[in-house]
Structures are given as structure tokens and as C-alpha cells.
Design a binder for this molecule. Structure first.
Ligand SMILES: Nc1ncnc2c1ncn2[C@@H]1O[C@H](COP(=O)(O)OP(=O)(O)O)[C@@H](O)[C@H]1O
Ligand SMILES: [Mg+2]
Length: 403
């Protein structure tokens, strides 16, 4: 049992989640009916510390599935186990203290300040005032809201994105091993949403909670999930796998349609520049003898010489045709720079940056902006056909194939 942080001791943020298992879970709202239930024989296991996204069209039973975990809804049959323990065997109040719950339009109490809203569960748990306050401040900072500015405000004084952050902070207050999140970022505009998603992923790296996350948006599912459960109407599990696996091998026509015809492109968002074998850049410094540099760039199949400064930081390109046979290289002739990318950049982002660059190679740089190598459009498009190169995008599959 994960109970270490429940009844005392420091206010420090706990790390780690609990295993959540659905075992043949079925829910029928209308007991008499013979038709398909809202949720139908759902079985899957989310390992401790992982994010599992339930995704599917409206009405496919996502919310129902989530609410059976904290028993806002009771299953008709089957079991849900947290660290092996059936939730129906547990006292509901105790159970819910171990499960954070975040919903869209989070329903903060309007007459309580932000600090008090976050302190609701700790207060119920009988924490001292001082400890409640300390925890509120810590959590506000955790979700990126400056405590001094926010703790005494009221929910209506906050933007949608800020309220959503408070909702996450409140759900984390008692440090639950399991979090349920039902379309948590559904009500905010796309830019705020992207930021909240990124913040949340960063936070999760630290906290490693077990998270069941509901969305109807396949892109959000791919971005947020370690595992994705694709559901179809009738509450049937269509596929349960990693995002990469679902995009590479959709289990049915339904899944293929649901993930979209651009699943190759989507898969690029799962790979990063560091997953590629970079093309070495042919570089030279401004003022170097031109003849030698010209020889080197003519010998390379890529037609642009990269000018770098004494620290190996890129300055610009020289078309090989413009590299003179004598004299010195001149910075003044350089073509403005291609996009700079880092090893962490996704291939999808690298591709979109390259599409309107004058030289279609991204320059990969390290934290100090020193050149590591090049990524070309061709290298990225090769990734769109993993059948030909299974070793790059799906190391597990490649290992299996080799075994
Ligand atoms: N309280 C309820 N009573 C009867 N039917 C319900 C109730 N809640 C949801 N349903 C039905 O169960 C199905 C699944 O709903 P829901 O879990 O909310 O789906 P989702 O969250 O995927 O949109 C839908 O057909 C919905 O109409
Ligand atoms: Mg729903």
C-alpha cells in the first residue's frame, strides 16, 4: 500500500504512484436493457507512475470509466484494483483521499480564496493551519503561480488557465498516488493548453503519479500518454498500447480512422533529433583559406559549407558555387542561417521549421550553440516509413524482430 505520506510527517512532495488495474469492468446505467453498456468488459493495467490516456469519441464511456475508479459511479460488474486492492472494498472517503480528481471547469469554491481552495483536503485531514499554508504555497509554486500574488485572490479573479492550474494544485494537495483527470485542459485556448500540457509533463517527471487522463483529442493523447487506451462507442477497448505503437500499428480500422490519415506525421512528434544519426556538417571559419574549404565541400554530397565562429557556433551557409578557388572565406557572402534545433527538438517541429528555410537542413546545436551536425528534410522523411527502418523509431520492435 502507498500510504507513507498520509498521516503526518513533512509536507514534501511524494514521488511515485500506485498500479491501477481494470479487470473486466462493465457499467450499464439501465440495468434492464440488453444493449451495449456504457462501459463493456474493460481490462487493462496502468503501471505505477505512468500516464494512461483514455481517448475516444464522445459517449464512448471515458468519464464513466474514470468515475468508477474513485467510486463516483459503481461498476455493474468487474473490479478496479489499486495496488492490488479492490476499490469497492475500501471506505469511500479514505479511497478518495488517495485519488486526486481534476475536471474541466474545475469547480473551485467561489467564496474561498485560492489558498483556501487548495487547502480543502488538508483541512479535512486535520492538518495544522501552518502546515496547510505551507502546502498551499508550495503547490502554487509547483503549478507556476506565484504564491504571494495568488493565494488571497478569489477564483473569479483568475483566467481559465490559472484556474485550471489551481485545480491541479488542489488535486495534488494530499499527495495522492493516483490522479484522475477528465479533459482537464479542454476549456482553455490552444496556446494556454499547450503550455499547461508541457508544465504538466514536466511536473509529472518529478512526481511520477499514476495518472488516468481523459481526452477526446488524439493529439493530446499522443502527447501526454505513456500508454493510450483507445475506446469506441459501447465502452469497448479498441487498443491499449504506447502512442508509438498505436500510430505505427493501429489495431483496427476504427483506430486507424480515429488516429487520422496523418499518423505518419503524428509519429514524427514522438521522435526527436537525438534519435537520428546526424549528418556531419562541413564547416570552416571566416578568414580560412578558401581553396581547402572548397575542396572539402565539393567532395561532400551536401552543397553548402557552414561558416562557424571560433567557438564552433554557426554563422551562415556558403553555397559551394560561391566558395572561391583562392583567397579567404568571407562572412559577408554567407546565406542567413537555417533553423537551429537541439537534440530535444521533435522531428515534427524540425520539419515544420525546415519547410520555409532557404537551405533545407537544420543545424543541430548543443546548449552552448556549438554545431553537432545537420538534419535534412530527407532524413526526416525517411522516418515516415518505419517499415524500411524499424531500428530508428521502434527499438523494441526491432529487438523483437532480431530475437
Ligand atoms: N448518469 C447516466 N445515466 C444514463 N446514461 C449515462 C449516464 N452518464 C453517461 N451515460 C451514457 O453512458 C455513455 C458513456 O458516457 P460517458 O462516460 O460520459 O462518455 P464520454 O465521457 O466518453 O463522453 C453515453 O452513452 C452516455 O449517454
Ligand atoms: Mg466525458
Amino acid at each position: 500500500m502507498t500510504s507513507g505520506n498520509r498521516d503526518g510527517g513533512g509536507t514534501g512532495r511524494g514521488k511515485g504512484g500506485a498500479t491501477v488495474e481494470f479487470r473486466n469492468v462493465t457499467k450499464r446505467y439501465d440495468q434492464g436493457q440488453k444493449g451495449p453498456g456504457a462501459v463493456n468488459d474493460l481490462s487493462f493495467t496502468v503501471p505505477a507512475g505512468k500516464v494512461c490516456v483514455l481517448v475516444g469519441p464522445s459517449g464512448c464511456g471515458k468519464t464513466t470509466s474514470l468515475k468508477m475508479v474513485n467510486r463516483l459511479i459503481e461498476p455493474t460488474s468487474g473490479q478496479i484494483l489499486i495496488d492490488g486492492q479492490d476499490v469497492t472494498g475500501e471506505d469511500v472517503t479514505t479511497l478518495r483521499r488517495r485519488i486526486g480528481y481534476v475536471i474541466q471547469q474545475i469547480g473551485l469554491f467561489p467564496h474561498l480564496t485560492i489558498g483556501q481552495n487548495i487547502g480543502v483536503v488538508p483541512r479535512l485531514l486535520g492538518w495544522t493551519q501552518a502546515r496547510q499554508l505551507e502546502r498551499s504555497e508550495e503547490l502554487l509554486a509547483t503549478v507556476g503561480l506565484e504564491p504571494a500574488r495568488y493565494r488571497d485572490r478569489y477564483p473569479t479573479q483568475l483566467s481559465g488557465g490559472e484556474r485550471q492550474r489551481v485545480g491541479v494544485a488542489r488535486a495534488l494537495a494530499a499527495d495522492p498516488p493516483v490522479m484522475l483527470m477528465d479533459e482537464p485542459f479542454g476549456a482553455v485556448d490552444p496556446i494556454v493548453r499547450d503550455r499547461l500540457q508541457n508544465e504538466f509533463l514536466r511536473l509529472q517527471q518529478e512526481l511520477a503519479k499514476t495518472i488516468l487522463f481523459v481526452t477526446h483529442d488524439i493529439d493530446e493523447a499522443i502527447k501526454m500518454g505513456d500508454l493510450v487506451a483507445v475506446m469506441e462507442v459501447g465502452g469497448v477497448l479498441a487498443q491499449f498500447a504506447t502512442p508509438a505503437e498505436i500510430l505505427a500499428n493501429p489495431a483496427s480500422d476504427f483506430v486507424a480512422r480515429f488516429v487520422g490519415a496523418d499518423r505518419g506525421l503524428k509519429r514524427l512528434s514522438l521522435s526527436r533529433v537525438r534519435d537520428l544519426e546526424l549528418r556531419p556538417a562541413v564547416t570552416a571559419r571566416s578568414g580560412d583559406p578558401a581553396a581547402e574549404a572548397r575542396q572539402r565541400i565539393l567532395a561532400d554530397s551536401f552543397p553548402y559549407l557552414l561558416l562557424v565562429d571560433p567557438e564552433d557556433r554557426p554563422i551562415g551557409w556558403l553555397d559551394q558555387a560561391d566558395v572561391p578557388g583562392e583567397g579567404r572565406l568571407e562572412e559577408a557572402r554567407a546565406i542567413p542561417m537555417s533553423p537551429l534545433v537541439e537534440p530535444e527538438t521533435t522531428l515534427k517541429d524540425a520539419l515544420s521549421m525546415l519547410l520555409d528555410a532557404s537551405v533545407q537542413a537544420a543545424i543541430v546545436v548543443d546548449k552552448g550553440r556549438r554545431v553537432l551536425g545537420l538534419v535534412t528534410v530527407d532524413m526526416i522523411s525517411a522516418q515516415l516509413h518505419p517499415e524500411a527502418r524499424p531500428e530508428v523509431l521502434a527499438p523494441d520492435a526491432a529487438a523483437e524482430a532480431a530475437a
